[in-house]
Design a protein around this ligand. Structure first.
Ligand code: ADP
Length: 489
């Protein structure tokens, strides 16, 4: 049973629920207020009746019963205007009826029960109104009780009773009740209609949210909700949903970009690896079919195999370096003297056989002292890789024994590091492209040296992760200059 109710509750729309609840509440309030009004009305009418009965009884208690009818007819006595049928009776002191006056057309049987109204009993009522039943067994019981006031006669023994049927008040109350119920019902219907319309229009924006969500779910992430006044609940909901959709859209775009980049990277990498592998297989095959007969041929083949293997090793190492960077391991930044770092890199480059002279200078080309300091918060090993890659390129594209400068300076919260060579330089159109993965300008040196095209993209990645940037420029007088700027902190 409980489950059926819960299931039903889930199936009922919010609009129906809200309308039903509001109408039920209004109905309850109407019922309570009309019950209160009815109670008040009943009390008011009763008090009114009682006052009338008391004052009429007081007037009649001073009259001689035998003269009353005459005095009434001649208007020597006037009674207050009673609202409906009334009953007046004079009783002797034992309670026997002397005279009974009924204004009613309901019939003689329809009179109040007068038994037991002896003078002592009447005195005991103290003139307070009380209820008595209708007298006759033939009378219509539905007419109900009579409200009565009994007073002792002032001039002689006996008493007078004045009574009004309660049915007159009850009829009025019932009439009021019927009118009240009718109006209440009408009011309830009208408010149900008004609430239904209001809720329907209030929930309309939610249907818009529903439609938009469905379109987004179907793949159209560009859909947005209408901007509404932010002081309303719907306005705030729409704004939050729109910003959520923006984030989802951004996340999807960046995910798609990453996937595209990854796909391109994998296809470029496999293409790059295939070239040296084809060369290796070619020489192996030549050897197997016995095409390499002379020692000189074999020597040359071996030399090519060695150089291709070296190229492949370099490529794989670079790929690994890039892959590690993509995992974006945090940098271990520390305040480092870049002059020292440059000195070490220069020494290393000489150690691996570079014939070029490397000098460390300031931005104006003046040689820096050995103990000079240009401090920046960098990850020392990554920064050495930057210097090494730039120096290897500078050496590769310079004239043999040409000079290479590493220029260093601090400039308003940023550090500038330049690697300048005086080689063939980079055409202006390619200065942006050289940082792309696998990009190699088709120049003569490249054809000879056959680099992987990854060195500069590794450099750029490291520099960017340090919050810096890198540009390729032309060295005054010819050659390439790579300018790196880094924040000092
Ligand atoms: P590679 O392994 O081919 O050197 P890089 O990413 O380091 O890959 O460089 C990309 C391309 O940029 C090189 O192929 C070359 O054409 C150009 N380049 C880089 N450094 C220099 C330089 N110092 N002088 C001239 N061209 C350069």
């Amino acid at each position: 049973m409980k489950e059926t109710l819960a299931a039903l509750n889930e199936r009922i729309s919010l609009r129906t629920k809200l309308t039903t609840m509001s109408v039920a509440l209004i109905g309850l309030l109407l019922a309570v207020s009309s019950m209160g009004t009815m109670a008040l009305l009943r009390t008011y009418l009763q008090q009114n009746t009682d006052t009338l009965l008391t004052s009429t009884a007081a007037t009649l208690s001073n009259e001689d019963p035998l003269l009353l009818e005459v005095r009434l007819a001649t208007h020597e006595v006037t009674l207050p205007r009673l609202p409906s049928d009334y009953y007046i009776a004079y009783l002797d002191s034992t309670g026997n009826l002397l005279i009974g006056l009924v204004s009613s057309a309901n019939g003689k049987n329809d009179v109040p029960n007068l038994s037991g109204l002896s003078l002592p009993y009447v005195k005991a009522t103290g003139g307070m109104p009380f209820e008595v039943e209708v007298n006759s067994k033939y009378a219509d019981k539905r007419l109900g009780n009579w409200r009565m006031v009994a007073l002792p006669l002032s001039n002689q023994g006996g008493s007078v009773v004045v009574a009004l049927p309660e049915a007159s008040n009850a009829g009025l109350i019932a009439q009021y009740g019927a009118i009240g119920t009718g109006f209440g019902f009408l009011l309830l219907m009208l408010s149900a209609g008004a609430i239904w319309v209001t809720i329907t229009s209030a929930l309309r924006p939610l249907r818009e949210v529903e439609r938009t969500a469905a379109m987004v779910a179907a793949g159209d992430t560009s859909q947005r909700l209408v901007e509404r006044d932010k002081s309303t609940e719907i306005g705030r909901l729409n704004a939050s949903l729109n910003s959520m959709l923006d984030s989802v859209d951004d996340a999807m775009t960046s995910r798609n970009n990453t996937v595209d980049q990854m796909r391109r990277f994998v296809s470029d990498a496999s293409h790059e690896l295939r070239t040296p592998l084809v060369t290796l297989r070619g020489y192996a095959e030549l050897y197997r079919i016995g095409a390499l007969k002379k020692k000189a041929d074999i020597d040359e083949a071996m030399q090519r195999i060695e150089s291709e293997s070296l190229r492949m090793t370099e490529l794989v190492e670079n790929l690994l370096a890039l892959a590690r960077m993509d995992e974006s391991a945090p940098l271990a930044k520390q305040q480092t003297n870049l002059v020292e770092l440059a000195t070490i890199s220069a020494r290393d480059s000489a150690a691996i056989g570079s014939k070029n002279k490397i000098v460390i200078v300031d931005l104006d080309g003046k040689k820096l002292a050995k103990d000079a300091e240009v401090m920046a918060a960098v990850d020392a090993s990554s920064m050495r890789q930057v210097l090494t890659n730039l120096l290897v390129n500078a050496a590769k594209f310079s004239k043999p024994k040409g000079q290479i400068e590493i220029a260093l300076a601090e400039n308003s919260g940023r550090v500038v590091l330049e690697v300048r060579d005086h080689g063939e330089g980079i055409p202006a159109a390619l200065r942006e492209k050289v940082f792309e993965r696998f990009f190699r300008a088709d120049n003569s040196r490249n054809r000879e040296t056959g680099g992987s095209g990854l060195g500069l993209s590794i450099v750029k990645n490291i520099v960017t992760r340090h919050g810096g940037d890198i540009k390729a420029l032309e060295t005054p007088g010819g050659g390439a200059t790579f300018r790196v700027t880094l924040p000092t902190k």
